[in-house]
Design a protein. Structure first.
Length: 286
């Protein structure tokens, strides 16, 4: 029976992936910028703790947690102490060693680059990028969210796809497929985006449909263009075309060919691409 485990979390806007020892599980996303203490505490209490108890029982772990490393969207420097407090309160029944909370971008950089210099990007529901020196983030272009920025993200991809779809820049057959499969029309799309909460998550949820229609040249061009704008507006300011572009996130992972095409057009090569930072043990570093 093991005495203790390390818990590592990678939290995006849509979901949080947790690794507790040898076990993995997911909860809904945690973002301290957009969620109150009560909202975050409820997720930790109602979703994370039951799954953690189950994981620890399966792994034969007692009540010791040697470290908690939480990497999350919205965990800016001014939110780190707050996230540490909320995690500490949620884990009050356990003996816990250290608890750290850092940005998801630092987690991505550690997973992608380890202790080497590199360009690290997040391409999931949201998007972000940085120049990493092997220990810390030295440059970051502000992503600005899906309304003002977030080029390359699933949310912006969904928005650009819908714009093209309903303005007649994609074949009518794709529109017919969309309305039949997704059970949505123009009025319900407008309602989803402008009246319902978490529009960014819904827009990103269109990715499987988009991916299933990459054989349509207009659809593929939207995907490539979304990545190209991300590179030009967010990565190019670092002035490091000598470094390969590396990325984590479902959008980078499932649209790897289109990302490589956009990078080639912008004069970059592509290095490591991970679906999740938890795919690489470098994220344990601290």
């Amino acid at each position: 029976m093991d005495e203790s485990i390390v818990i590592v979390a990678d939290s995006g806007s849509t979901k949080t992936d947790w690794m507790a020892g040898m076990s993995r599980f997911s909860t809904q996303g945690i973002n301290p910028v957009h969620q109150s203490d009560g909202d975050i505490a409820a997720i930790l209490r109602a979703e994370m703790l039951p799954l953690l108890r189950q994981a620890m029982a399966q792994d034969g772990v007692r009540s010791d947690i040697s470290a908690v490393m939480f990497y999350g969207s919205g965990v800016r420097a001014d939110q780190e102490e707050r996230m540490v407090r909320l995690l500490s309160e949620a884990l009050a029944d356990y003996r816990v060693g250290i608890i750290e909370a850092h940005s998801d971008l630092l987690g991505a950089a550690r997973a992608l680059c380890g202790d080497r210099e590199g360009l690290a990007c997040i391409l999931g529901t949201g998007a972000n990028s940085c120049l990493y020196d092997g220990r810390r983030i030295v440059k970051n272009t502000p992503p600005m969210g899906y309304i003002l920025g977030d080029e390359g993200s699933g949310a912006v991809l969904g928005a650009r796809f819908l714009n093209a779809l309903y303005k007649g820049r994609i074949a009518r057959s794709v529109l017919d497929d969309f309305e039949e499969q997704m059970k949505e029309g123009l009025s319900s799309v407008i309602d989803r985006v402008y009246r319902q909460p978490l529009a960014n998550r819904w827009l990103a949820s269109l990715s499987p449909f988009i991916h299933g229609h990459l054989d349509n040249p207009e659809v593929e061009a939207i995907v490539v263009g979304n990545f190209h704008d991300f590179i030009i507006r967010n990565v190019e300011p670092y002035g490091r075309r000598d470094l390969p572009l590396q990325a984590v996130g479902s959008i980078a992972f499932f649209y790897r060919d289109q990302l490589c095409e956009a990078a080639r057009k912008a004069g970059y090569t592509v290095g490591k691409i991970l679906r999740s930072p938890l795919s690489d043990k470098s994220i344990y570093s601290n």
